[in-house]
Design a protein around this ligand. Structure first.
Ligand code: 4AD
Ligand code: MG
Length: 433
């Protein structure tokens, strides 16, 4: 058993006591007789003070060996000190070194280029900004799970190796024994629909994969998506669920992650306005708005990043664009009975130009219409027999959506590129670390 030690976050409770703390050295400075170490253990930042003639000779020698990221254990008394970060410091008696850190540690306190930082992602994660993003992602994931748990949704884990293709974007394929080609799931939705007929309200939440040759600030090849699916919800109910969900997530981060938002210098007033209802703009109206703003978009086109930025201009909360043309969207969306050129769907666009964070729709529940769409898209019908069966045996109105985790975290954090919103990003040209 290792000797008992304390986490930095617990130290305020131990004022006046002798404790041991383990962590990594961030900065050191010394005036010859008094030395300071700022260290980190993942739970907080601690300033420690060593007075030469109050510590063991060994501890003083060890201080001289410290470099950035040396891993250490210090022992001493916790003292309240208003000037120290966190309001307390450690008066050190002993200092021992676990692991030295050569002076060529790659991440130095200066500006580094983005490719260099990504090559050193395993170290970049240790910086205050990256830690703040990681904690906001963690809070977002927990908020997602709590939101659905509190509303009685059942979590269903859907497969990653699949035969049926869900979306139009690129596929990662691999040979699968004697069964032909397997694809890495682009979505869990089709399985979620089957589960919704069993459990009523479900969600799946996991990594999804798209072999997209897009080098934009909002595309990853591996990203996390949360996808609820609700039996007997129509498209309108679906949008209401989305606005409630997104507002809940943002509210939760505001409530519990102020320190991290501050570290990121996020303008929180922009997040405080995220409350239902969100504005809803019909696709055809969106095209008219875009044309009036000088966009070259014509009816029938899908909307690009620039169009999305124009549409959220002047709005202080996310905006729904609903009922897109059939051609612009996936095969499974329900035909709009009031305008069969369109489908009952929505994209939710984040404010401040962050673009689409959710894609949602009511699903085609008519067997023959769905079959016709599968054929029109040249998808292999035999891979969809089970999916078509859901329309044959007790078909039901149902809707759902997918929220991209990294895009949502990127927006909440106010960061430029979503690759910082995941610990080890995968993009077209990045598979390591
Ligand atoms: O709009 P998408 O493609 O919708 C679906 O996958 C549906 N099956 C969801 C459903 O109805 N159950 O993707 C949903 C969201 C997007 O709005 C975006 O936030 C995110 O997933 N997304 C990506 N995030 C990062 N990198 C990519 N390449 C992404 N592609 C989609
Ligand atoms: Mg989409």
């Amino acid at each position: 058993m290792t000797a008992p030690y304390s986490r930095i976050s617990e130290l305020p409770r131990h004022t006046g006591e002798n404790v041991r703390v383990r962590g990594w050295t961030s900065h050191v400075r010394s005036s010859g007789k008094v030395a300071f170490i700022v260290m980190r253990d993942g739970t907080g930042i601690l300033q420690t003070v060593l007075v030469k003639n109050a510590v063991s000779p060994e501890a003083w020698t060890n201080f001289g060996r410290l470099t950035q990221e040396t891993s250490i254990e210090v022992e001493g008394e916790v003292r309240a000190d208003a000037r120290a970060p966190g309001g307390f410091e450690l008066a050190v008696k002993e200092l021992s070194i676990y692991g030295e850190s050569p002076i060529d540690y790659p991440i130095q306190p200066k500006e580094h280029g983005i490719d260099f930082l990504l090559d050193n992602r395993h170290f970049w994660l240790r910086t205050p900004r990256q830690r703040a993003i990681a904690r906001i992602r963690h809070e977002t994931e927990q908020a997602i799970r709590d939101f659905f748990y509190d509303r009685d949704f059942t979590l269903v884990d859907t497969p990653i190796l699949t035969a049926a293709i869900g979306e139009r974007s690129g596929l990662f394929a691999t040979e699968y024994f004697d069964e032909g080609t397997a694809y890495l799931a682009q979505t869990g939705q089709l399985y979620g629909e089957a589960a919704a007929a069993a459990l009523g309200k479900i969600y799946c939440f996991g990594p999804t994969f798209r072999a997209e040759k897009s080098k934009t600030r909002r595309h990853l090849t591996e990203f996390w998506m949360v996808e609820p699916e609700v039996a007997f919800n129509d498209s309108d109910d679906n949008m209401r669920l989305q606005e409630e969900f997104v507002s809940y997530i943002v509210g939760r981060v505001l409530e519990r992650r102020q320190a991290e938002l501050k570290e990121l210098e996020r303008d929180v007033s922009k997040l405080e306005s995220i409350k239902p209802p969100f504005p809803r703009i019909n696709y055809s109206d969106a095209v008219r708005i875009l044309q009036s703003k000088g966009s070259a978009v014509t009816w029938g086109d899908d909307l690009g990043a620039e169009d999305e930025a124009l549409l959220v201009e002047g709005h202080d909360r996310p905006v729904f664009i609903y009922n897109y043309p059939k051609e612009a969207k996936a095969f499974y969306m329900k035909e709009n009975p009031e305008d069969p050129r369109t489908v009952l769907c929505d994209d939710l666009l984040a404010p401040e130009g962050y673009g689409e964070i959710i894609g949602g729709s009511q699903r085609e529940d008519n067997h023959d219409k769905l079959l016709a769409r599968i054929k029109e898209e040249n998808l292999p019908v035999e891979a969809y027999n089970w999916y078509l069966d859901l329309r044959k045996y007790g078909t039901f109105v149902h809707s759902g959506f997918g929220l991209g985790l990294e895009r949502t975290v990127g927006w909440i954090c106010g960061i430029h590129h979503i690759r910082e919103a995941i610990a080890f990003p995968r993009t077209m040209n990045r598979l390591r670390p």
